[in-house]
Design a protein around this ligand. Structure first.
Ligand SMILES: NC(=O)c1ccc[n+]([C@@H]2O[C@H](COP(=O)([O-])OP(=O)(O)OC[C@H]3O[C@@H](n4cnc5c(N)ncnc54)[C@H](O)[C@@H]3O)[C@@H](O)[C@H]2O)c1
Length: 371
């Protein structure tokens, strides 16, 4: 058990009583399974308008109170904290209502679907003094953590550029994800994760973005972003619902290249700057190796095949029990949202959008981008 797990166990006396809002696909396959097994945690209430889904969710939390709407759940005094897994369009309203009723919040990404909603939520969060963590769980994936350490130690020299791909397989897209009006589209869904990851890895903000967006199977389901981070780091990212499951990241520096693929890398790959050193790295990293088997088995066994969900939720629970802030927080969510909305603006106008200009009057920046 890692340090956070031990801390959750140590604090078992202070049970964290959680209400889950929205019991659809991800809540049932990931959040409820994890929360119902965490020491020191009790899922005391569930909110879900679809009675079949509510019944299915209660299998994981049989003693919980069932509510047909989040507003009902928020009136329950026994709920200390909520985990919001509803459709994107309800995120800001549900999180704000929860904070106003004194409940700590773990909010799935994106935090909102408009900048005004996002700003309002940040203000409510700041006033509340409560924990408001955002479900950018990939920050807790060991590969991202290792990549961040390599970058901080300048393993690949001065950064010159980066690129990323985040795409999902050809599975069905839920109705609300198929139109922007209901909070759908690949920018809010997948790009919000990678923008946060870039901020986390590089420790700087996106300052401008140029984007093109396409609608293939559903509205705005494919996008290409050219971003500038800080004053001089160019980053290119491709996102799609249905171009095959891929979550890949590459950074190029004066002394080498760093890359990983969340779905299949067992470690962050570093290769030197010359063709020869790259060939050796390729032979080392691509050759079949028995030491990959435990990693791959662990990944297959992990909830949602992704270990970071569990670590992120444990981090939230530990923060609630210790009453200490947890990152990534709602302000991080706002920074990611501002970039996603600027990308939409860029795609509709066909020009580069400066985040500083576009986000006039936005919330002031916190100095440190990451924990
Ligand atoms: N962090 C991640 O990697 C990750 C992965 C998948 C999904 N998500 C996020 O999780 C959220 C849910 O995604 P999903 O795929 O499970 O969607 P989903 O449509 O399967 O589930 C959403 C559920 O919310 C319910 N709901 C609607 N209105 C409600 C209300 N007023 N009160 C309570 N419940 C209400 C719906 O009936 C539905 O069952 C989304 O915001 C998505 O972005 C995050």
């Amino acid at each position: 058990m890692n340090t956070e797990g031990e801390s959750v166990a140590r604090n078992r006396g202070a049970t964290c009583r959680i209400g889950v809002i929205g019991c659809g696909r991800i809540a049932q396959s990931v959040h409820l399974e994890i929360l119902s097994g965490l020491p020191g945690v009790r899922v005391v209430a569930l909110a879900e308008p679809d009675s079949h889904k509510l019944d299915a969710a209660r299998v994981r939390a049989p003693t919980s109170v069932g509510c047909s709407d989040y507003a009902e759940l928020l009136e329950l005094p026994e709920v200390d904290a909520v985990v919001v897994c509803g459709p994107n369009a309800m995120h800001a309203a549900a999180a704000e209502a929860a904070l106003e009723r004194g409940k700590h919040v773990y909010l799935e990404k994106p935090i909102a679907t408009t900048l005004d909603e996002g700003r309002h939520l940040v203000e409510t969060y700041r006033r509340s003094g409560l924990i408001g963590m955002v479900g950018f769980n990939y920050r807790f994936n060991p590969l991202n953590d290792a990549a961040r350490r390599h970058l901080a130690s300048a393993r690949i020299g001065d950064l010159i550029g980066a690129r990323s791909i985040f795409s999902t397989g050809p599975g069905e897209i839920p109705a609300w994800k198929r139109t922007r009006e209901s909070g759908g589209g690949v920018l809010l869904d997948l790009a919000s994760h990678h923008v946060d990851m870039m901020r986390f890895l590089f420790g700087r903000e996106v300052t401008e973005v140029f984007a093109s967006v396409q609608s293939r199977r559903s509205e705005a389901d494919t996008a290409l972003l050219h971003m500038l981070m800080g004053d001089d780091l160019p980053v290119q990212s491709f996102f799609s619902f249905g171009a095959g499951a891929e979550d890949r990241f590459e950074a190029y520096g004066s002394q080498g290249r760093m890359s990983f693929n969340r779905h299949r890398s067992t470690h962050v790959e570093i290769s030197g700057p010359s063709q020869v050193t790259r060939l050796f790295s390729w032979l080392r990293d691509e050759s079949p190796s028995l030491d990959r088997i435990p990693f791959l088995l662990g990944k297959l066994r992990g909830t949602g095949h992704e270990p970071s969900f569990r670590s992120a939720l444990m981090h939230f629970v530990t923060a609630v029990q210790a009453n200490k802030p947890a990152l990534p927080d709602i302000e991080d969510g706002y920074r990611s949202l501002a970039v996603v909305l600027a990308a939409e603006e860029s795609a509709s106008r066909g020009r580069t959008v400066s985040i500083r200009d576009w986000d006039r009057g936005g919330v002031p920046r916190r100095v440190n981008v990451a924990s």
